[in-house]
Design a protein. Structure first.
Length: 375
């Protein structure tokens, strides 16, 4: 009888983790259960407040977070001795960020000669600086110096779309790079059986047309552009509601009539199902999981041409594209969609079909596992 092959221990080091929901958290929420079937998974992550169920057959070590914030994130207070022990006991280190946990894990993996793989979810030096009120140029300059130092320690860098490779190479990051596109759970993210009931369940007027956004409210997400366009639509069609989910408005908009704000949620599906139109007004993105989730829920999406989004959203076919910060163009598209129920339905159907045919988490997790299993 063949001796059973010992499963390798995979350390996932991340500064973004549930119950704080963002793109990286959603990514891990989907792929970790798949990876746990092939590895002994250990996760090092921040202890953000809120309910956390954990994963089956996965060990999670959570570091406390500081009370103060950098942009909209509370950084983790890492106990280095614990992190070093985790790195030493792992066979592979897989990082998701260059925050305190991710950066230190990269450093210690290199020091202790552990295979190091990083998933670069975003152009972090640009994204982070965009979220700041002051010192943007200084912070971006500093991060640009740190980026090559850390990422050139990697054996492989995984990116979610091809367009990120030249951006990394511009920063003199020479480590080997491979592309793995992200996916969506089309069984969990599905259309509502009844729009009326879906709206009532989340406390919205069932007779109103709901224009929605889900995600962080950081500066780079440019929610004010969406709000400005909504105001113009709402002036013509009072039976419209703007639904913003996933954050807190530190400064409420001037007119909050028919604007509903919901904080971070554990289950985003009911909110997508209550929407009639989904808008991504971001200044920068990589893949935008929320857009893919919205498309899987049969929603017509209106997006800026950022990152990989412009590759899977085809203008006037399975969604609509408008220039960054162009309130007038967004208003024109939203006005057309709010008036035309047939158009919303047809574009929404095409959006879901795109997700079902080309983007699933099973495929994403399998490609990641194959890369990790090389070590």
């Amino acid at each position: 009888m063949d001796e059973q092959v010992k499963r390798k221990t995979l350390l996932i080091a991340t500064d973004c983790f549930i119950p704080r929901w963002d793109g990286v958290s959603r990514f891990l929420y989907e792929v970790v259960p798949h990876l746990a079937k092939r590895f002994d998974v250990v996760i090092a992550a921040p202890r953000y407040p809120g309910k956390f169920e954990g994963f089956e057959d996965v060990t999670v070590l959570r570091f406390p977070v500081f009370r103060w914030k950098v942009a909209d994130i509370n950084p983790a207070n890492v106990k280095r001795s614990q992190l070093i022990k985790l790195v030493k006991n792992s066979d592979i280190v897989w990082t998701q960020s260059i925050g305190p946990i991710g950066a230190l894990a990269m450093y210690y993996a290199n020091k202790h000669r552990k295979p190091l793989v990083s998933f670069v979810h975003s152009v972090e030096w640009f994204l982070f600086s965009k979220s700041l009120k002051r010192f943007k140029e200084f912070v971006e300059f500093t991060i640009r110096k740190v980026i090559p130092f850390l990422y050139n320690k990697c054996d492989i860098i995984i990116v979610p779309f091809e367009g990120m490779i030249p951006l990394l190479e511009e920063q003199k990051i020479d480590a080997k790079k491979e592309v793995v596109h992200l996916g969506v759970d089309v069984n969990r993210f599905h259309p509502a059986e009844s729009k009326i009931l879906a709206k009532e369940r989340v406390g919205l007027n069932p007779n109103n047309i709901v224009i929605g956004y889900l995600g962080r409210f950081g500066r780079e997400k440019d929610v004010p552009t969406l709000y400005a366009a909504f105001l113009r639509v709402h002036a013509e069609r009072p039976n419209t509601t703007l639904l913003l989910v996933g954050g807190d408005l530190k400064e409420p908009f001037e007119d909050m009539e028919d604007v509903k704000v919901v904080g971070p949620v554990d289950n985003a599906v009911p909110y997508y199902q209550a929407m009639d139109i989904y808008v991504l007004p971001s200044l920068t993105e990589t893949t935008s999981l929320t857009t893919m989730e919205a498309m899987a829920c049969n929603l017509p999406v209106v997006v800026t041409p950022v990152g990989y989004v412009e590759k899977y959203v085809e203008h006037k076919k399975n969604g609509f594209v408008f220039p960054v910060q162009n309130v007038n163009r967004l208003y024109i598209i939203l006005r057309k969609l709010t008036k035309d129920l047939y158009l919303r339905k047809e574009v929404g159907k095409a959006a879901r079909q795109t997700m079902m045919e080309k983007h699933t988490w099973e495929r994403t997790a399998d490609e990641i596992a194959k890369i990790l299993e090389r070590f």
